[in-house]
Structures are given as structure tokens and as C-alpha cells.
Design a protein around this ligand. Structure first.
Ligand SMILES: [Zn+2]
Length: 122
């Protein structure tokens, strides 16, 4: 089970809606199985697709536990490219599918692509 707090959930849904049909990319900050904060990656990188995110420009530290990105379709399953990045970018990964309205549009995966149940919590 993975938890995300309401503020982080609302932020990532809102940014996904705002950037549609471009993809939103971010990093997840938190501890253990709890995501407490979403770091939005600079706007210059948007629209390049998840594969092209230049992680070297992103401040990585131990509080980064995973990644988040949106898909402009209802399909929130990871691509092969997504899976390669999951392995490099922490343990917990969210993919948000259109229409980015609620927790139901957010899929949660571990680095190996296994689906995880996601709940909101403090
Ligand atoms: Zn993807």
C-alpha cells in the first residue's frame, strides 16, 4: 500500500490538467510508503516526453522516493521506456491518465512495474 497526501494529489492532478495534452513530469518526495510532496520539473522540459527528461538537472536527494508523470490518454500503464526510468528514479511511481480528475486516474507502480494500491492519507 502506498499513501499520498491530499495536497500532493491535488497538485499533480491540477498540473496534469493544466498541461494537457502535454505530459507533466515530476518527482515524489516523502518517506517510506508515504508521498508528501510533488516536485514539478522545470517547464522547459515539458512536452519532450518522459524519456527525454534530463534528470541531471533535477536536484536528487534522499527524500526523493519516486517519480510521477501524466499520459494524455486514459491508458495509465507504463511503457517500456517508463519502466527503464522507474528503475533509476526511486521506488514509487505514479502515472496519471486523462482526465486527471481523481485518485482513480492515478496508477501506482513499484520500480519493477508491479501495481500498488494507492490511498490518500496524511
Ligand atoms: Zn509514460
Amino acid at each position: 500500500m502506498t499513501y499520498v497526501n491530499n495536497a500532493a494529489l491535488e497538485l499533480m492532478l491540477g498540473v496534469s490538467r493544466e498541461l494537457h495534452p502535454r505530459e507533466f513530469v515530476g518527482l515524489l518526495r516523502g518517506e517510506g510508503d508515504r508521498v508528501t510532496e510533488v516536485l514539478v520539473i522545470p517547464a522547459s522540459l515539458y512536452g519532450e516526453g518522459f524519456a527525454h527528461v534530463q534528470w541531471v538537472h533535477v536536484p536528487l536527494d534522499k527524500s526523493i522516493i519516486g517519480s510521477v508523470h501524466s499520459h494524455p490518454t486514459r491508458d495509465n500503464r507504463p511503457s517500456k521506456t517508463d519502466l527503464r526510468y522507474f528503475e533509476k528514479t526511486g521506488r514509487i511511481h505514479f502515472i496519471i491518465g486523462y482526465p486527471y480528475k481523481s485518485l482513480a486516474d492515478v496508477a501506482c507502480y513499484l520500480s519493477d512495474g508491479t501495481t500498488q494500491e494507492l490511498k490518500t492519507g496524511e
